[in-house]
Design a protein around this ligand. Structure first.
Ligand SMILES: NC(=O)c1ccc[n+]([C@@H]2O[C@H](COP(=O)([O-])OP(=O)(O)OC[C@H]3O[C@@H](n4cnc5c(N)ncnc54)[C@H](O)[C@@H]3O)[C@@H](O)[C@H]2O)c1
Length: 326
């Protein structure tokens, strides 16, 4: 039986695929290897997956119904899906809104259409985001809180993915689990995210952009904890009691709200260099604080974040230095 991992060339998809391969599960990756960030980094991740036994890749667009249908037809052993392919990035969603509608909203429908036709499909796990909580004042963010006031098109597209999944669970009784990830970082991380941008700029002697005077807090989650949560969710498809749709949602966060200056200080410490700071106003679409309530994730998935930023940042920086030979 094979797990389809969409976005397998991406940061989280790579780690999830690797962990599944390590526990002996065949993995089919699907990714379009788009150039939103350095394609070489995506290819290097894929080379590691290809070196493991049991990995194959379909290079295709998740929003292309024919390509996705063909991929499903060619792999009848698929029985579970981890759907991570998406156009990520809050700020970029102002520059290229259509990519979010196409890949995130359109891609969700294309994928679930293929899934509902697949005999023997056991579970679809897909990525949502802490950004669906918008500017909610009540902290920490609970899955019972309202999420109908997104601050960016990215957030709106992730909320839309949740709504579409719920409809498919209701109509087709498709077991689906959405995971709201909170700012994921770690080795093989994304070059468009803060840890990577800060590390690169500090090493280049360039100032780092800090928004809102650094008065921001984030729940930073180490990639290893996210992988453990994704796999725990995958192994626990929601039951269908015939009354409620078999659809679940969970927060996956470290459940600690850290001030941004603390995150920067740990990066400086790990690099052994001080950052020059360029102060900038809060960006449109950005939220001031995120903080995950993980009560349900603990209870249902046995999710327990283990890596603090004090441990995780040095691990990210060690990878960053090795990868860039710095
Ligand atoms: N990293 C985070 O902090 C974070 C936080 C919340 C949610 N998420 C979600 O987690 C998922 C994975 O994020 P990531 O950080 O690994 O991002 P990523 O950009 O590294 O990975 C996404 C992958 O999907 C691929 N992709 C994008 N559009 C595609 C399309 N139309 N067809 C096929 N492949 C496509 C990309 O090439 C990339 O390899 C995304 O759904 C993202 O929205 C991430």
């Amino acid at each position: 039986m094979t797990v389809l991992v969409t976005g397998a060339a991406g940061f989280i998809g790579f780690h999830v695929a690797k962990a599944l391969l390590e526990r002996g599960e065949p993995v089919l990756g699907l990714d379009n290897l788009n150039a939103y960030y350095d394609v070489k980094l995506k290819q290097t991740r894929l080379a590691i997956l290809h070196a493991a036994k049991g990995f194959s890749l379909v290079q295709a667009d998740i929003a292309d119904p024919e390509a996705v249908t063909a991929a499903f037809a060619a792999h009848p052993a698929l029985d579970r899906v981890v759907h991570l392919a998406a156009q990520a990035g809050v700020r970029h969603s102002m520059k290229d809104p259509h990519a979010y509608v196409r890949s995130n909203v359109g891609g969700q429908v294309v994928l679930l259409e293929a899934c509902r036709r697949l005999k023997g499909l056991r579970h679809v796990v897909y990525a949502s985001s802490s950004s669906v909580y918008g500017g909610n004042a009540k902290l920490p963010f609970s899955i019972h809180d309202r999420t109908d006031a997104p601050l960016s098109l990215y957030a709106a597209s992730k909320k839309e993915q949740e709504l579409i999944a719920h409809a498919y669970a209701h109509i087709w009784r498709l077991p689906v689990t959405g995971l709201r990830f909170f700012t994921v970082y770690g080795p093989w991380g994304r070059p468009d995210m803060a840890a990577y941008i800060f590390a690169r700029r500090i090493m280049a002697g360039e100032p780092i952009p800090v928004f809102n005077n650094g008065d921001m807090r984030r729940d930073f989650t180490f990639i290893g904890d996210i992988v453990a949560g994704v796999i725990a969710a995958l192994d626990r498809p929601p039951a269908d009691d015939g009354r409620h749709p078999p659809a679940k949602l969970y927060n996956l966060g470290n459940s600690r709200s850290e001030p941004l200056p603390r995150y920067i200080a740990l990066i400086e410490e790990a690099l052994g260099r001080k950052a020059a700071i360029e102060h900038l106003p809060l960006q449109p679409g950005d939220v001031k604080e995120t903080y995950a309530d993980i009560e349900e994730s603990r209870r249902d998935l046995g999710f327990e974040p283990r890596v603090s930023i004090e441990e995780g940042i040095p691990r990210f920086i060690a990878w960053f230095r090795e990868y860039h030979k710095l």
